[in-house]
Design a protein around this ligand. Structure first.
Ligand code: IPE
Ligand code: IPE
Ligand code: MG
Length: 235
């Protein structure tokens, strides 16, 4: 096993990074974007096919209005300023999350980013924004229930494969490796379904400090793992 096909990252620790510098949290989020740019570029260079990053959770709306606002503005800015470079680097962008509860302006920005990069195939970058694993599963269940009511599906048609088709990540392979920075040892509602058999890597490094060296450490750790998926060792 060399390079994971699909890496997912919980980019945590921006606020603490800013606090250590006696700066507002927004400053940490901005530094986090810089770190992300570097990782996206490197992931494409070393042949990772999919990168999924957790940028804003359905629970992050609980933060002070000012922080939420600054995160929304930052997201809009990143999608407009960075889009040319992403497109030129062969990155295809996809947003995973609930689109119904963000502003029409944001929905439009996401549509433009997806449309503009849709023919790229070097690296698929999934941005989990307004994403929650429970919400994703509930919305899949709701759509399936509607299909059953309309007579398009029968209850016995509902299999794991079918369910997967109703998730935001439809068509994507499950993540092989999930990295969480910032020292917390929890899933925080990220990829609950898709992460069933992912390998995890936790580091205390705060996201803005996460660079290529740290990324390589995570990949090296992944190479040491023996994935069994419930089977037995073949060694
Ligand atoms: C992660 O950093 C970024 C988002 C959740 C948007 P945090 O903002 O959670 O930073 P800490 O965990 O408070 O340090
Ligand atoms: C997870 O980080 C969400 C993102 C990185 C976008 P949080 O900082 O929101 O998670 P908790 O609250 O520590 O679990
Ligand atoms: Mg956090």
């Amino acid at each position: 096993m060399s390079i994971p096909d699909h890496v997912a990252i919980i980019m945590d620790g921006n606020g603490r990074w800013a606090r250590e510098r006696m700066m507002p949290r927004y400053y940490g989020h901005r530094a986090g974007v810089k770190a992300l740019k570097q990782i996206v570029k490197y992931a494409g260079d070393i042949g990772i096919r999919m990168l999924t990053v957790y940028a804003f959770s359905t629970e992050n709306w609980k933060r002070p209005a000012q922080e939420v606002k600054s995160l929304m503005q930052l997201m809009e800015q990143v999608f407009s300023v960075e889009l040319d470079e992403l497109a030129a680097n062969g990155v295809r962008v996809r947003i995973i999350g609930d689109r119904g509860t963000v502003s029409p302006k944001q929905q439009r920005i996401w549509e433009i980013a997806e449309e503009r990069t849709k023919d790229n195939d070097r690296l698929l970058l999934n941005v989990a924004f307004n994403y929650g694993g429970r919400m994703e599963i509930v919305s899949a269940a709701r759509a399936i229930a509607e299909a059953v009511v309309l007579g398009r599906l029968k209850p016995q048609d509902i299999t794991e494969e079918l369910f997967t088709q109703y998730l935001y990540t439809k068509g994507l392979d499950d993540p092989d490796l999930i990295i969480r920075t910032g020292g917390e040892l929890r899933i925080s509602n990220f990829l609950l379904w898709q992460g069933a058999y992912s390998e995890w890597y936790f580091t205390d490094t705060l996201w803005p400090d996460f660079g290529i060296e740290e990324f390589e450490k995570a990949l090296a750790s992944f190479r040491q793992r023996e994935r069994r998926f419930g089977g037995i060792s073949d060694k």
